[in-house]
Design a protein around this ligand. Structure first.
Ligand code: GDP
Ligand code: MG
Length: 180
């Protein structure tokens, strides 16, 4: 790269949403490339890091924070959200109640974290488990929902079958680089 210094960025990204929608599986799939079906409930806050070579002079490290077992409270503490530059809200396409909870997560987020310029952080919506036959995707409804609720967009994903995981994270990263 003509001797230019490489810029290294580290970004904290929150992954939230109801219990068992696939947050941990998405993080694992993205950061390690594997899907492990063994269900394990861990309590505590955990994160995984994915390093992305964005272009010839930019390396981006995404630090994906997993709320790991705190979902049942429906809210997180301000400390947990601190310094986050973006968020992902996940719901399960086979469980409508988890979609209904999306706005609650969004409100909790908006009330506790903003960017340096006081604008809300970019939030991506992931409609997970699209590999399952019982999943229902209403694209028009989701298009309207993200527009009306100020999400940057939505993707139907599958951590299980590795569908749209890299694509959605790339899209989120491009938005992060716009606000960073
Ligand atoms: P979390 O509570 O949101 O972290 O959810 P987990 O990642 O622990 O996943 C909950 C359950 O859903 C586990 O049994 C996973 O194996 C399963 N799961 C997660 N993502 C997918 C997916 O994309 N497709 C299918 N079929 N199952 C999934
Ligand atoms: Mg989990």
């Amino acid at each position: 790269n003509n001797g230019q210094p490489i810029q290294q960025h580290l970004y904290k990204i929150l992954v939230i949403g109801d219990y068992a929608v696939g947050k941990t599986s998405i993080i694992k799939r993205y950061c390690t490339g594997v899907f492990s079906p063994n269900y394990k409930l861990t309590i505590g806050v955990d994160f995984a890091v994915k390093e992305l070579v964005w272009d010839e002079k930019t390396v981006v490290s995404l630090q994906l924070w997993d709320i790991a077992g705190h979902e049942r409270f429906g809210t997180m503490t301000r400390v947990y959200y601190k310094y986050a530059i973006a968020a992902i809200i996940v719901f399960d396409l086979c469980r409508p109640a988890t979609f209904e909870a999306v706005t609650k997560w969004r409100d909790d987020l908006n009330s506790k974290v903003v960017l340096g310029n006081q604008e809300p952080i970019p939030v991506l919506l992931l409609a997970n488990k699209c590999d399952l036959k019982s999943s229902v995707i209403d694209a028009e409804m989701l298009d309207n929902f993200v527009r009306e609720n100020n999400f940057i967009g939505w993707f139907a994903t599958s951590a299980h079958s590795n569908i749209n995981i890299d694509e959605s994270m790339r899209f989120l990263t491009s938005k992060v680089l716009e606000v960073a």
